[in-house]
Design a protein around this ligand. Structure first.
Ligand code: HEC
Ligand code: HEC
Ligand code: HEC
Ligand code: HEC
Length: 453
């Protein structure tokens, strides 16, 4: 019973946007109760369960930031938007006809959001990829990427879709159901990147231990399972330090970007200097940041410290998406979004530069650049009752001098530490060699002497 989904457009809210219909939803098939089990049923995979329980997938419904936006969306659209959101955040709730209920009234497996069994009974996807373009065959058989799997408790089957980016992209590509505007474009961002050409899929970075492609990762997929050369794990870590696995999220954020301070070496006092930063997306297989980028906040701050020791901000640039509504008002919430007002994020393996002018003081000017990330702005976090920390992704600095002499003078204290160490290394080797030779010589002398006597 492979099942297809379609989008029906109806609704008062749609009418508000200038459409004739009066509510809309992503349509998934109805399935009998009980076809999806809770993660408690996956006891043989204890380690995977621990990993998954710390992910955003396990919180896709309980997530207070999600619940805050869902409530706001429903309030502003007379309840028309909710079904759309919930279908992706809990496909089981949609298939069981539980949409619109209070989450406490969801069946236990539906309340688990993007839970194990929802993912492991998927059998295919439809085109175009996005808005839950997935097919299920909920017959209890667990599908995954292993060709040789066997379980004494449930049927297993190899499923090629599980090894594809389309599997993830079916939910990580959110399209406005009325006007087709891309609200979250992680899948297409990846599809158009060099990673897609190289065959590096989402699973390679998000279901392996390190921040990049950490393969092979030897291990067992459950108790009693054989040791395999490579297994994927259920960590799905992204940038959510507040609600996800903080350690894994920080590790990914700190591996995502490289930054350089751009500044001339020497500028005369009183002259204008053009200084700035170059940031390269070296680690993310999609734009940086990606996903819900009207909410995510990534920004760089360039701070100068003059000869008097006083620090001041030279410039700041944000990297996110701003939507506008039908009347051109920006920023607009995703449900009212009609177009992109601005999008200044960083494509995969590409760089952006930002320059500012500064007047050179009478002495050296130290420049410190810091790249920060937060999952949500402070006001939203506060309103949702979540403590969202700011993570430092990377930091770097440079100094501009007022003259070549000053630069040469100041270059000395910085350089020596390394130079001295480098200069000492051969000296140390020679010393060790001389001592060893002396010991050998003395030893040989005594051995000879002993033999003669
Ligand atoms: C977001 C969807 C998703 C969720 C949630 C999820 N998995 Fe997986 N899981 C996958 C995918 C995709 C693979 C296969 C990756 C590959 O082979 O490329 C996989 C692999 C596995 C495997 C190994 C077999 C294989 O195909 O490599 C087991 C066992 C497994 N998952 C169990 C679980 C358990 C238990 C949970 C919940 C605690 C869980 N999964 C949650 C998507 C998911
Ligand atoms: C080359 C490794 C790599 C690949 C491939 C990759 N990612 Fe990522 N992803 C990262 C890194 C690093 C981060 C953390 C930086 C960030 O937030 O963008 C990240 C972040 C994310 C986030 C959180 C973004 C946020 O800020 O809220 C999501 C969601 C995500 N990835 C999904 C995907 C999906 C879906 C795919 C496949 C279509 C994919 N990723 C492919 C490395 C990768
Ligand atoms: C059924 C839909 C669905 C599927 C399939 C799915 N995801 Fe997700 N994913 C979500 C939702 C919804 C969230 C956000 C939950 C929240 O934050 O409330 C999410 C969150 C994430 C995050 C965390 C982002 C952060 O901010 O830290 C990562 C990483 C991620 N998914 C990766 C993947 C990868 C990789 C795959 C494919 C193996 C995948 N997802 C498949 C729906 C899905
Ligand atoms: C087709 C799937 C899909 C639909 C529909 C969808 N989302 Fe999501 N949502 C996601 C994915 C995937 C993520 C994770 C992206 C990321 O980490 O940036 C996410 C993340 C979020 C987050 C961030 C949670 C956090 O902890 O940072 C909020 C808030 C959210 N969604 C609200 C909504 C609302 C409100 C709607 C309805 C207007 C909605 N979503 C519709 C897939 C979907």
């Amino acid at each position: 019973m492979g099942v297809k989904r379609s989008i029906a457009v109806v609704g008062a809210w749609a009418a508000m946007l200038g459409f004739a219909a009066s509510a809309f939803a992503i349509e998934l098939p109805s399935v009998p109760p009980g076809v999806f089990e809770t993660s408690a049923g996956c006891g043989c995979h204890g380690e995977f369960r621990d990993q998954w329980s710390r992910t955003m997938h396990s919180q896709a419904i309980s997530d207070p930031l999600y619940q805050y936006k869902l409530a706001k969306g429903n309030e502003e659209t007379d309840g028309a938007i909710g079904d759309f959101c919930e279908t992706c955040h809990s496909p089981a709730a949609a298939m069981w006809g539980e949409l619109g209920r209070d989450p406490s009234d969801f069946s236990p497996a539906a309340a688990e959001g993007v839970t194990c069994d929802v993912c492991h009974q998927i059998t295919g996807h439809t085109e175009p990829v996005g808005n839950v373009s997935l097919e299920w065959t909920p017959d209890g058989t667990k599908r995954g990427g292993l060709m040789d799997s066997f379980s004494p408790v449930h049927a297993t089957e190899f499923s090629p879709v599980h090894t594809s980016a389309e599997f993830c992209g079916s939910c990580h590509q959110v399209i406005h159901p009325v006007n087709d505007l891309v609200l979250e474009g992680t899948y297409t961002e990846w599809k158009e990147s060099p990673y897609a050409d190289e065959g590096i899929v989402c699973q390679d970075c998000h279901m392996t231990p390190g921040p990049g492609v950490t393969k092979p990762n030897p291990g067992r997929v459950g108790s009693g399972a054989p040791e395999r050369e490579h297994i994927y794990i259920m960590t799905f870590a992204g940038g959510n330090v507040a609600l996800g696995d903080a350690e894994l999220a920080e590790e990914r954020l700190q591996a995502a970007a490289e930054m350089e301070v751009l500044a001339p070496d020497v500028v005369a006092p009183g002259e204008a200097a053009s200084v700035g930063v170059r940031i390269t997306n070296v680690g993310a297989g999609h734009y940086l940041p990606t996903g819900l980028t009207d909410v995510r906040r990534m920004w760089v701050e360039l701070v100068a410290t003059g000869p008097d020791g006083e620090s001041y901000e030279i410039g700041r640039r944000e990297f996110h998406t701003v939507f506008h509504d039908a009347e051109g008002n920006a920023p607009a919430e995703i449900w009212f979004a009609e177009g992109v007002e601005s999008d200044d994020r960083i494509p995969p393996r590409e760089s952006v530069e930002e320059m500012w002018d500064v007047t050179m003081p009478s002495g050296p000017l130290e420049l410190n650049a810091t790249l920060y990330y937060r999952s949500a702005p402070e006001e939203m976090a506060e309103a949702a009752g979540v403590d969202v920390p700011t993570t430092t992704m990377t930091q770097t600095s440079a100094t501009v001098f007022t003259s070549a002499e000053e630069a040469a003078e100041n270059a000395r204290p910085g350089a020596p530490a390394e130079e001295v160490a480098e200069g000492l290394a051969p000296l140390l080797l020679v010393t060790v060699f001389v001592i060893l030779a002396a010991i050998a010589g003395v030893g040989a002398y005594f051995i000879m002497k002993a033999r003669r006597s």
